[in-house]
Design a protein around this ligand. Structure first.
Ligand code: 6J7
Ligand code: CA
Length: 136
């Protein structure tokens, strides 16, 4: 079993590997580490569904996530990119947008995410300019 302290140190090490978060002051980084939750998704599972409301921000700890979006002139949503460990997603519905703007689907063999809820996101990371201005 891991102790709370080991978990916290592991989380801080991981957060420092996330380019978007690496420059946060260490007191904030420690706070983020303390509010992270872990969530697992089976292959094919929709972590985020385009058009739905949402209150969660995601960091990929293990696995791959496919991002798809509805495109005019296509019947099926189209793949726009794949994400891997250290990548983040789900910030848009927590910032300006009120609905999820794309779908994010767990790839085989499954995905482990660390998550941050809307309240902690607003308190701790919602003001990071690199995140706010992300235009892909
Ligand atoms: Br990753 C990623 N790439 C894109 C993109 O090109 N366009 C849009 N709109 N969203 C993209 N995303 C992520 C982004 O974090 O997919 C998430 C879907 O939920 C989005 O945030 P969201 O709209 O909350
Ligand atoms: Ca789950």
């Amino acid at each position: 079993m891991k102790t709370g302290l080991q978990r916290r140190e592991e989380n801080i090490r991981f957060l420092k590997s996330v380019s978007m978060l690496r420059d946060l002051p260490s007191d904030k980084l420690a706070k983020v580490a303390d509010v992270l939750e872990i969530d697992f998704f089976h292959e094919g599972e929709f972590i985020i569904r385009e058009g739905c409301t949402g209150d969660t921000f995601f960091l990929i700890n293990k696995g791959e996530v496919k991002v798809t979006q509805t495109v005019v002139g296509h019947n099926e949503p189209q793949e726009i990119r794949k994400l891997k460990r250290g990548d983040i997603f789900g910030e848009k519905a927590l910032l300006g947008e009120d609905r999820r703007t794309a779908s994010c689907i767990a790839q085989p063999p499954g995905v482990e995410c660390l998550t941050i809820d809307r309240e902690s996101f607003n308190q701790l990371i919602g003001d990071i300019n690199e995140l706010r201005n992300k235009d892909y």
